[in-house]
Design a protein around this ligand. Structure first.
Ligand SMILES: Cc1cc2nc3c(=O)[nH]c(=O)nc-3n(C[C@H](O)[C@H](O)[C@H](O)COP(=O)(O)OP(=O)(O)OC[C@H]3O[C@@H](n4cnc5c(N)ncnc54)[C@H](O)[C@@H]3O)c2cc1C
Length: 387
């Protein structure tokens, strides 16, 4: 086996998790030799990452837009809600990549390599990255966000939902949107199978990203998302095809599943990001969890300690997620009733705190007592044990 080069660390995958780790290492003054590998480093705004925080946001220089007010509509309940403690932010993936790469280029101990990764392997103390060209790179540790973990036993996953969506960035000829108010969930109460809703991020009064989003087992035919967006633009804003141009499109499938925690790909190879299971199962949000983990991981490495693997969520949150997944997977009608109660009886700050896994037990009780009991009792009956 011919080794091309040896590094202290290899970061395999230069997307959100890989470049976040590289960023925190570089900014934290890490002196070891690091190789970052991706099939391409060209910046593309193909993902819009939104997140909420009650602190200073990470990457605040490249926040594209932030909101303190939202619109929600489910069944007979429609209202504006205000955020006091939290702010909802969005960052575009292309801006993020450009920003982090500019920083990495200032650090001579970071190398970038554009190659397709085939696999990884590990022996006692070293980890090996193998490219599709047959080249191999050696390191003490590899952090990978590219390949699904080999040891993930999918037969253990009880609820295998996906959050799938198609978004259009729409430019209107006239002023149409309120740029201060994003739409977190405008449910399509008649939609089936699964739970469908529109998510709208208005960037300006004539520019917004509209995503038709579904929680269900299978993605839709692309035509169906398009029809839903066109229909929404017509019914909510009176816009016909000739009143707007479609700019960028964004398609995504995010796993929403109770997958087992698999922190290692192999010895010395740690799974990061979405393939590493860092997505919150009941919401699909991943951005903040990636930030929290990669920041801690980088600090650990800089202090010369062994890298800490990602930790699973606390038991109580994994259990709440399981109950919500059960309801989402089994009944659209009950899911809508649960969403209505959650939004009606809790402030958005309270919901964000709970979904961000930052709530106290008393706060959890308030949220859990705000939802209809029957679907939850059924969900508990079906999930008496957490695997
Ligand atoms: C369209 C979309 C929108 C999303 N929006 C949000 C959001 O608003 N909020 C939120 O919290 N989460 C969101 N998510 C979920 C999650 O935050 C993102 O998927 C995020 O990009 C995950 O980061 P990652 O590092 O795991 O994967 P990625 O960012 O996808 O990075 C993986 C990298 O690996 C590279 N790669 C893959 N295969 C190979 C290979 N064989 N060889 C070399 N390189 C390879 C890819 O080029 C990519 O750069 C979204 C997901 C999608 C798909």
């Amino acid at each position: 086996m011919k080794i091309e080069a040896k590094y202290d660390l290899i970061i395999a995958g230069g997307g959100l998790s890989g470049l976040s780790l590289a960023w925190y290492l570089a900014r934290g003054g890490y002196q070891g030799e690091v190789l970052v590998v991706d099939s391409t480093f060209a910046p593309h705004n193909d993902k819009t990452w939104c997140f909420w925080t009650n602190r200073e946001p990470p990457f605040k220089e490249i926040i594209y837009k932030r909101w303190k007010k939202t619109w929600v509509s489910v069944l007979d309940y429609s209202t504006f809600r205000y955020l006091n403690e939290y702010t909802y932010h969005c960052i575009r993936s292309g801006d993020f990549r450009e920003y982090v790469l500019r920083e990495l280029k200032k650090h001579s101990n970071f190398d970038l390599l554009e190659e397709n990764i085939l696999d990884f392997s590990a022996n006692k103390n070293k980890a090996v990255l193998l490219t599709k060209n047959g080249d191999t790179y050696l390191a003490n540790y590899i952090f990978q966000s590219v390949l699904k973990p080999k040891n993930l036993d999918r037969s253990q996953i009880k609820y295998q939902l996906i959050q799938h969506f198609l978004g259009w960035e729409v430019h209107t000829h006239e002023s149409m949107f309120d740029p201060e108010t994003f739409t977190i969930m405008d449910f399509d109460n008649e939609f089936s199978p699964g739970v469908g809703f529109m998510y709208v991020l208005p960037y300006a009064d004539n520019k917004a990203l509209l995503e038709f989003t579904v929680f269900s087992k299978e993605p839709l035919d692309k035509k169906r998302y398009k029809q839903k967006i066109r229909h929404y633009l017509y019914h909510n804003y009176g816009l016909d095809k000739e009143h707007y141009e479609i700019g960028r499109k964004e398609y995504g499938e995010i796993p929403m599943e109770d997958r087992p925690h698999v922190p290692f790909y192999e010895n010395n190879i740690i799974n990061l990001g979405a393939v590493g299971g860092q997505t919150k199962p009941s919401t699909g949000y991943t951005f903040t969890r990636i930030q929290d983990y990669t920041q801690k991981l980088a600090q650990n490495i800089i202090q010369g300690k062994d890298p800490i693997p990602p930790q699973p969520s606390k038991f109580k949150y994994r259990y709440y997620d399981l109950l919500l997944l059960h309801i989402l997977a089994n009944s659209t009608e009950e899911s809508l009733r649960v969403f209505r109660s959650l939004y009606k009886k809790n402030s958005l700050d309270e919901l964000f705190r709970f979904l961000g896994e930052d709530s106290s037990f008393i706060q959890d009780l308030k949220i859990m007592s705000s939802v209809p009991y029957t679907p939850f009792f059924k969900a508990i009956g079906n999930n008496l044990r957490l695997r």
